[in-house]
Design a protein around this ligand. Structure first.
Ligand code: GTR
Length: 687
């Protein structure tokens, strides 16, 4: 445990001009959250909030790099396999409640897709869908609004729940008015709890659609009240009731509540977003403000499909450390909002030190994906510095992956964004989500997800493969291993014994020759360390179309007859066997040509062959990114050519990999006559 003592902030909030301040406050109130309900434990004495750094009591955070038995975690692998599940479980038990099950998500009625021109002459497509979350008639429905920019490629999308209904997010009169209950709000819906035309566009300043679309991002949103009406008695009509969770006041200590339900709703919306051809399924970014920032963090922590996670002023129970007593405390929040967290959290009011976790563990769940935390200087209730310190405390996990998080433990000056894989800013002004925040989120996503401006990892050129039309012409520098069989020289492959291959060439394709015991693989005579690899292939319906790209013989990207399967598993095409399932099922039917482009960054080893830096794979399959920088260490497959069907020749190949880091590409034989053509390797860096 490390003891952290309170420190003075580096600079005091800059005062805003009075008119701007009034306007900001008015807007924030208009779109703001539900007012605090009558406290359930109002009888308990309430201590005044601490806003003086010097008055913050010293505290010690629970260790992050440990497993359930307290043993130190020193590798990315052990983080993923041991520590991460342990911390996730602890956060479920003590703060957010148990994770909720996946359910089938289906559009209810027609999905509207309308071309529109938004203010500023921004062309867009407005998509609206009512999603049914679950298969039963009682399943809740959620109205999703999505604006897509004009684009030729699938786009990254920001997904955010909103406070006042989709129609309040933008003045576009085509947006459906929410039919869900709304909190009475003096400006947005002064007349009652149902939306009217008067509230259209009331929260536009929180959702700068035109600006984000112009930067190439899609914008998706849904009203959080569709999932759980934000009031203490909201549970009875919430998605939790539909999921059969217990109702009433005497809930189990780890029973999920409103924040868990909102987070679950975000994942269910993601289930649908990734099915849209216009959306890049590997680049959906979850964003949330305030209480919905807490929900966004929990959603991103639980659901690794979110490519990036953004917490805006999420404060207590979000990004801010609970043990740091500054602004809102666990006692305050569980008194005012008894329906947000699981009962165990309220039981830790005024005894935060007894919690086995703190909010840095929540932030760490996002690693190695990019995380952005934003604070506002005048939003002292949310403890801006406590949000920053949680990110500092989470950084060691990114370091395990060889990544820099914030890169500093110094709280930056106001309006100065910082960070590499954890981004952070504290902007001037109060509690709100404004254009400045969005622009910084997009800058950060440009760098971390889109390779814009920032050079790709290891200084290699950005990896944005062209996958159509097939066959694709090899780029300069690529070494063609097999083209279409008209080459003067034989294919640059050997058999497992190092001799000539016995795979026939038919109709311009190299065809897998099933052998005995699925070991008639072939391996390239060209070896490489890091490389871009291009392979065109056609699966056959025989033996499930099973084959694969065994890179260095150690890491297998699956080839399989997976067309149309709703959820890819680790055997399906696009999956990295024993490491990661495909982000989406991009497989084409058997008998059609398909294409893989892979950026393979080999793991680095010391002189004894032990991995000292993980490797990574980014893979595109038929126009979709199926692996986005998936990291790996030691081979996990029990079926590699070095363990199964071993020959003297391949033993020598593996020895060389361990010594030099360079090795060949294997094409796998697995009983199915898969066809290959136009296979090339473009080595990167030293070979
Ligand atoms: C406040 C609550 C904060 C924050 C905020 C909001 O009343 O105390 O934790 O979540 O609501 O959601 O705007």
């Amino acid at each position: 445990m490390g003891t952290i003592t309170a420190m003075q902030p580096p600079s005091a909030p800059r005062p805003l001009p009075i008119l701007l301040r009034l306007a900001t406050v008015a807007l924030a109130i208009a779109c703001g959250p539900t007012p605090a309900p009558t406290p359930a434990n109002a009888a308990e004495p309430k201590t005044p909030a601490i806003y003086d750094e010097a008055a913050v009591p010293p505290y010690a955070l629970p260790e992050l790099l440990v497993g359930p038995d307290g043993a130190a975690i020193t590798t990315a692998d052990d983080w993923l396999e041991i520590a991460r599940p342990h911390h996730l479980e602890t956060l479920e038990r003590f703060i957010y409640g148990r994770r909720l099950p996946e359910v089938p998500v289906t559009p209810f009625g027609e999905v509207e897709r309308t071309p529109v021109t938004l203010p500023g002459d921004v062309p867009a497509v407005r998509v609206q869908a009512r999603l049914r979350l679950g298969a039963t008639p009682a399943a809740p429905t959620v109205d999703v609004l999505l604006y897509l920019p004009k684009a030729t490629q699938p786009v990254p999308v920001f997904l955010e729940l909103n406070f006042q209904g989709n129609h309040a997010q933008h003045p576009d009169r085509g947006i459906r008015l929410t039919t869900s209950w709304l909190p009475r709000n003096p400006r947005v819906n002064p007349d009652g709890n149902q939306a009217t035309d008067a509230s259209r566009g009331a929260c536009t300043h929180r959702w700068p659609v035109e600006q984000m679309l112009s930067r190439g991002y899609g914008m998706a949103t849904a009203y959080y009240g569709d999932i759980y009406a934000d009031r203490p008695d909201g549970r009875a009509a919430s998605a939790l009731a539909a999921l059969g969770r217990p109702l009433g006041t005497d809930l189990p200590a780890d029973e999920p509540n409103a924040i868990a339900a909102w987070a679950w709703g975000l994942s269910r919306i993601l289930d649908w977003l990734v099915t849209l051809p216009e959306v890049d399924p590997t680049k959906v970014i979850v964003v949330g403000h305030s209480r919905l920032g807490k929900a966004a963090l929990w959603a991103g922590g639980c659901d690794e499909r979110f490519a990036m996670v953004v917490s805006n002023e999420s404060g207590c129970g979000g990004a801010a450390l609970s043990r740091r007593i500054f602004g809102e405390t666990v006692a305050d929040i569980t008194r005012s909002f008894p329906h947000w967290f699981c009962p165990a959290f309220a039981a830790h009011a005024n005894r935060e030190a007894d919690l086995p976790c703190d909010q840095h563990t929540l932030l760490a769940l996002v690693a190695p994906r990019p995380l952005y935390v934003s604070s506002a200087a005048a939003d002292r209730w949310a403890d801006p510095r406590g949000e920053f310190l949680a990110a500092v405390a989470a950084e060691p996990v990114w370091k395990l992956f060889g990544l820099t998080g914030l890169g500093t433990d110094q709280w930056p000056p106001i309006d100065t964004p910082i960070g590499k894989t954890i981004g952070y800013h504290v902007r001037s002004g109060g509690h709100d989500l404004i254009d400045y925040d969005w622009q910084r989120f997009a800058d950060f996503a440009d760098h971390t997800l889109r390779d814009k401006a920032a050079p790709a990892a290891d200084g290699y050129p950005a990896f944005l493969p062209v996958q159509a039309p097939l066959p694709v012409k090899p780029p300069p520098g690529a070494i063609l291993l097999f083209g279409d069989g008209t080459e003067a020289k034989p294919p640059k492959f050997t058999s497992m014994t190092g001799g000539p291959i016995n795979w026939p060439i038919r109709d311009g394709a190299l065809v897998v020759q099933p052998g005995q015991n699925r070991t008639n693989h072939i391996l390239s005579t060209v070896t490489f360390r890091d490389a871009d690899i291009h392979v065109e292939f056609m699966v056959s319906p025989v033996a499930k179309g099973n084959s694969g790209l065994y890179i260095h013989g150690h890491y297998e990207l699956q080839i399989q007859d997976s067309f149309g399967k709703p959820l890819p598993d680790e055997h399906d095409q696009g999956s990295l066997y024993r490491y990661a399932t495909a982000a989406t099922n991009a497989a084409r039917p058997a008998g059609e040509w398909q294409v893989y482009d892979v950026r393979f960054i080999a793991p680095r080893r010391d002189a004894g062959g032990t991995i000292v830096k993980h490797g990574s794979i980014t893979a595109w399959l038929n126009g979709a990114c199926v692996q986005n920088g998936t990291v790996f260490t030691d081979p996990r497959s029990p079926h590699t050519p070095y363990k199964y069907g071993v020959t003297d020749h391949v033993q020598g190949v593996e020895k060389r990999i361990l010594e030099t880091g360079t090795g060949p590409l294997f094409l796998q034989e697995h009983d199915s006559p898969t066809r290959f053509r136009n296979v090339w390797v473009l080595p990167l860096g030293p070979r």
